[in-house]
Design a protein around this ligand. Structure first.
Ligand code: C2E
Ligand code: CA
Ligand code: CA
Length: 755
């Protein structure tokens, strides 16, 4: 059973394998079998023809021999009759002599008689044939019939076979004798000779001499069965006297034998019958089977190979599909990748050349993703990205494209029926879903998203520009605080263009030396004398005049050139300082602002060592927000090196950030600058007063000097000096002044300068 099942299974597998060829193979098999059958029929027909030919040949041979034998007997009897024609009396007297000679010379004759007027008068041998004498042939019906066939009765007749007195059978041959009388010939009588049937058959080759008895149906031919019948009388066909009568009914090959005095019909069939299969039948069948195999097996194999090929093609297609999919998708989130996004945008651009389309793009950036990645590891980051991708996918329609184009950046392309309200609702939904904290192995991760949206409609759209616009809007959203969306607008566009122009101008401004420091005096709260200056950058714009930092610093930050500007300010301040000194104005201290970027710059210290700086002459103002989460080694290292160069550290805008006592202790700045937002309300608000007082107290206790900035009135100045501030800076004393204006200011207030 198991073997059978295994066999069936294998058969099924083979059938499966060759399935495409089953039909063609079946067709071919049917055709081959049909052709084979036809061929076999044809072969049998040919075989039958051949058989018939062979039978006819042998039959002809036998017929010819039979005819020759009978002809010889007739000839012998005729010469006997001729003797009588010349002189019947003479011949009668010598009958016995002639008859003996005839029987000696013709072995088939058994008896000779002479019958004048058809009545037997002499017979030889007489012994045993006594009864023959006196017989009147005319009394025999068969004789009369035969004689009447020939109206002139000139031809010999052969009757028989007849039963002979000795028990054998023979043919009776009658030869008419005509005497030649003057003027006419007259029938005188007959010579009658008995031909031994068996001897005739033996001599003609119908039977073998070795056979003692003639067996009916046996014929001399090795390959045929023969039967013979007398058809001398057309309407009185006799039963066969030789052979099996059935032969005549078995589609025999026939041959009619005419001889003097009679007509026989010979019938022959093959010894094995007609239905004997052709000898080559097995070969033919083998040939057909071989041909079938030769044709069907390759079809089968071809079918198998074709199906295998089809399977391979299918596999290849699948692999191609996989490769293509991989090439166009992000393996982590299964979202489309940048390439796929580009493809899709190109397609939409092409489509918009044919018809008007509407299109919306959301550029999405995860907030705080980097921190999570850094603190919880990449696996957490990956999990978050997958989480975010699911949210995005769930918020859009099936036909919308969601792509991940960078670490934590996603783009959604929404085609068709896009209104501002739809995009707004979509963005709000995304933001609210993303704000839900996610549990990662017990850590509740919080993150948010900023979304920039750009939409357009029409023909011949620049889809790439649309993506850029969404990016601009995203930038704006991030700048305005996180977890919000922002639409790209014409105003934003204009601003971008302006900013771009400003950016270009900043770069050329640096080359053209357009950036200069202005100087705002700092006054000693106790003596009201000049204690120093803060160098503040100004742009001497060739067209727009003097520009304050709020017009360009943000853009410069984006351009990454603030460090360069800081350096320019420091270098120029040092030069100006020595110029003033040459004019007799000694400025005890110059403060310059240092951007966070610059503080992180590893080449900062190197660039400073080339400058000639006296200890305590230069102070670096660092914005408090720099230290917000500062554990940065480079920053701390730089600060230490800066201090080592004799440069003081001041903390700018103090009171707005979250600097802790611990980091103050760690940093040990020379001064704190109280932010002007805290200074402005001190006259009116006790609360701000108390705040400023406590900052001053902290500074005092840590040995840090206190600078108040934004001192706009002398009342402020008084109050601050009462509270214990060391230095005062603000419009109450002076606005930031150009190099030359400051020289004028300092000279005019010479008496106030600190000694
Ligand atoms: P900051 O460091 O807090 O500079 C003081 C700002 O307060 C200056 O603005 C100054 O003009 C202004 N100010 C001085 N006294 C008063 C006052 O009594 N009332 C009011 N309302 N304002 C007063 P400015 O020059 O426009 O500079 C703005 C900011 O730009 C600076 O704030 C500083 O953060 C940045 N900045 C200026 N120059 C540089 C520079 O060379 N490098 C860097 N990195 N930043 C600079
Ligand atoms: Ca400052
Ligand atoms: Ca400040």
């Amino acid at each position: 059973m198991v073997v059978l099942a295994a066999f069936r299974r294998r058969l099924r597998t083979a059938a499966e394998w060759a399935r495409p060829s089953l039909f063609p193979a079946a067709m071919a098999a049917a055709m081959i079998v049909t052709a084979g059958l036809y061929y076999e029929k044809q072969n049998e027909r040919v075989h039958l023809n051949e058989l018939q030919g062979a039978v006819a040949n042998e039959l002809n041979l036998i017929g010819a021999r039979l005819q020759a034998e009978i002809g010889a007997n007739v000839a012998a009897l005729r010469s006997f009759a001729d003797l009588y024609s010349i002189s019947p009396e003479n011949a009668q007297s010598q009958f016995h002599l002639f008859a003996r000679r005839l029987l000696l010379q013709n072995s088939q004759f058994r008896r000779i008689g002479v019958a004048p007027d058809a009545v037997v008068t002499h017979t030889f041998p007489l012994k045993g044939n006594e009864g023959h004498l006196g017989i009147d042939f005319k009394k025999f019906g068969s004789f009369r019939t035969a004689a009447n066939l020939d109206p002139r009765q000139r031809e010999p007749m052969m009757l028989g076979p007849v039963q002979l007195p000795n028990g054998t059978r023979g043919f009776d041959l009658f030869m008419p004798i005509f005497t030649q009388e003057p003027g006419r010939s007259a029938l005188w009588g007959y010579i009658d000779g008995i031909i031994d049937e068996r001897q005739l058959y033996i001599d003609a080759g119908l039977i073998g001499a070795a056979d003692e008895k003639s067996r009916p149906g046996w014929a001399g031919g090795k390959d045929i069965l023969l039967s013979v019948r007398d058809v001398s009388v057309a309407n009185n066909v006799q039963d066969p006297f030789f052979g099996d009568p059935a032969i005549f009914r078995n589609s025999p090959v026939l041959r009619v034998l005419d001889f003097p005095g009679g007509r026989w019909e010979l019938a022959a069939i093959p010894r094995g019958g007609w239905n004997n299969p052709p000898e080559n039948r097995n070969e033919v069948r083998l040939l057909i089977a071989g041909a079938a195999a030769v044709i069907i097996v390759p079809i089968f194999l071809t079918g198998g190979l074709v199906s295998e090929r089809q399977r391979n093609i299918a596999n290849l297609k699948q692999a191609n599909h996989r490769i293509e999919h991989n090439a166009l998708h992000d393996p982590l989130t299964e979202l489309a990748n940048r390439r796929k996004l580009d493809d899709e945008l190109n397609k939409l651009a092409a489509l918009s050349r044919q018809e008007e389309i509407r299109l919306g793009i959301l550029h999405i950036d995860l907030d705080r993703f980097k921190q999570i990645n850094d603190t919880l590891g990449h696996a957490a980051g990956d999990a978050l990205l997958v989480h975010a991708s699911r949210i995005l996918r769930s918020c859009v329609r099936e036909e919308d494209l969601v792509a991940r184009i960078g670490g934590d950046e996603f783009v959604i392309v929404i085609g068709d029926t896009i209104g501002q309200s739809y995009l707004t609702a979509l963005s709000q939904r995304i933001i609210s879903l993303m704000q839900h904290p996610v549990d990662y192995h017990g850590h509740m991760c919080r993150f948010g998203v900023s979304i920039g949206i750009a939409r357009t409609k029409g023909r011949r759209l620049d889809t790439r520009q649309l993506l850029v616009n969404a990016d601009i809007a995203l930038y704006r959203a991030k700048a305005l605080g996180r977890n919000r969306y922002e639409f790209f607008t014409e105003a934003l566009q204009a601003e971008i263009i302006t900013n771009k122009r400003i950016a270009d101008d900043i770069l050329s401004g640096i080359e053209n030396n357009e950036f200069v420091p202005f100087y705002q005096p700092q006054i000693d709260a106790g003596t009201l004398k000049l204690a120093g200056v803060e160098a503040l950058i100004r742009w001497h714009h060739p067209r727009d005049g003097i520009l304050a930092p709020d017009r360009f610093l943000k853009i410069a930050e984006d351009l990454n050139v603030v460090s360069t500007l800081d350096r320019i300010v420091l270098e120029k301040a040092l030069i100006d300082c020595s110029r003033w000194a040459a004019k007799g104005v000694i400025v005890p201290k110059i403060s310059v602002n240092v951007s966070a970027k610059r503080l992180r710059d590893e080449t900062l210290v190197n660039s400073l060592t080339g400058l000639s700086i006296n200890p305590g002459q230069i102070s670096f103002e660092l914005v408090e927000s720099i230290f917000l989460d500062e554990t940065d080694d480079i920053v701390l290292d730089n600060i230490a090196k800066i201090k080592a160069l004799g440069i003081d550290i001041e903390i700018d805008d103090f009171g707005t950030g979250h600097t802790s006592i611990v980091s103050l202790l760690k940093l040990k700045p020379k001064r704190l600058k109280i932010d002007r937002q805290l200074v402005a309300p001190i006259l009116a608000s006790r609360h701000e007063q108390a705040l400023v007082r406590s900052i001053i107290d902290i500074g005092r206790s840590l040995g840090i000097e206190i600078v108040a900035e934004g001192v706009e009135t002398m009342q402020h100045a008084e109050m601050l000096s009462v509270l214990g501030c060391d230095l005062l800076q603000g419009f109450a004393f002076a606005r930031p002044l150009s190099r030359d204006d400051f020289l004028t200011f300092a000279t005019a207030n010479q008496w106030k300068l600190a000694s």
